[in-house]
Design a protein. Structure first.
Length: 281
């Protein structure tokens, strides 16, 4: 028989899922307890965070799948080292942004997995020439001596996302003051109304997103103008263009209208004057 506390936790998580429309998986690995408590305090009433075991979370998701379409896809994101379940009321993107503010950079430790590609940038260092040149080479960093100091010759990819960080690499990164890790709540995935959003989808660059929307709007506007598609945005300009094209055609064919008569008479007068001068009349 399963332990009583396990049954109680499963029921508690299911009740949270009924109260909160957003269900997420967070990675609590390397999360200091004090910082977790601070986050819980700041988000009280908006977010509930529960730690536990992958097996129990999997059971909860299976039971919730009876009433929540495709929520079982959350199970695919339970492979983090120390998962937790999160329940919230904010929309997924605002939630990710809120939690991202709680994270802080931290140095890498041996045995940890790289959260993203780790690149040592090219440039000068504060190190005097010595054995560290060889140590840098051992982790894939090309270095030389410039102005009496060691300089890194080019950007060097020293670990890909998911790679286990070695003790030697962790030491080098610390000495270079590169902090590739993050301390804080890492939102792995979120479920809302039949859709699962992964971290890569949630971690949008707002400025880039707005820029892309503006670019798409400009392309759509230009396409509509060139294709002659009337919309509230193109209607005025298209009518102006049609008027100008019609007026230009009428003038070229000497078609008298209230809009062209002045221009055509002026053109006729100019041509007559030119003919007079040429003929010396």
């Amino acid at each position: 028989m399963p332990a009583k506390w396990k049954e109680q936790l499963v029921e508690e998580l299911k009740n949270n899922a009924k109260e909160y429309p957003i269900i997420g998986i967070v990675d609590l690995s390397n999360m200091p307890l004090q910082q977790l408590q601070d986050i819980r305090s700041k988000l009280r009433g908006k977010v509930v965070i529960k730690g536990g075991r992958k097996r129990l979370f999997s059971i909860v998701i299976d039971q919730l799948s009876k009433e929540n379409k495709d929520i079982d896809k959350l199970k695919e994101t339970l492979e983090c080292e120390q998962p937790g379940m999160l329940f919230a009321k904010d929309n997924p993107f605002l939630l990710y942004k809120t939690l991202a503010k709680s994270r802080a950079p931290a140095p890498a430790k041996a045995g940890q997995k790289a959260p993203k590609d780790i690149i040592v940038p090219a440039g000068p260092t504060s190190f005097a020439p010595g054995p560290i040149i060889a140590e840098l080479g051992e982790v894939g960093v090309k270095a030389g001596i410039e102005s009496g100091k060691i300089a890194i010759k080019k950007d060097s990819l020293v670990a890909k996302e998911g790679d286990v960080i070695s003790e030697k690499l962790a030491s080098i990164l610390t000495r270079l003051n590169i902090k590739p890790m993050e301390i804080g709540l890492n939102l792995v995935s979120v479920y809302e109304k039949g859709f699962v959003f992964t971290k890569k989808i949630l971690a949008i660059d707002e400025k880039e997103f707005i820029s892309n929307l503006e670019q798409a709007n400009m392309w759509a506007f230009n396409l509509a103008m060139n294709a002659g598609i009337l919309t509230p945005e193109t209607r005025e300009l298209m009518i102006q263009k049609a008027f100008n094209d019609a007026k230009t055609l009428a003038i070229s064919q000497n078609i008298l209208t209230s809009e062209t008569i002045d221009v055509i008479l002026a053109k006729a007068n100019s041509e007559a004057t030119s003919l007079k001068n040429t003929s010396k009349l």
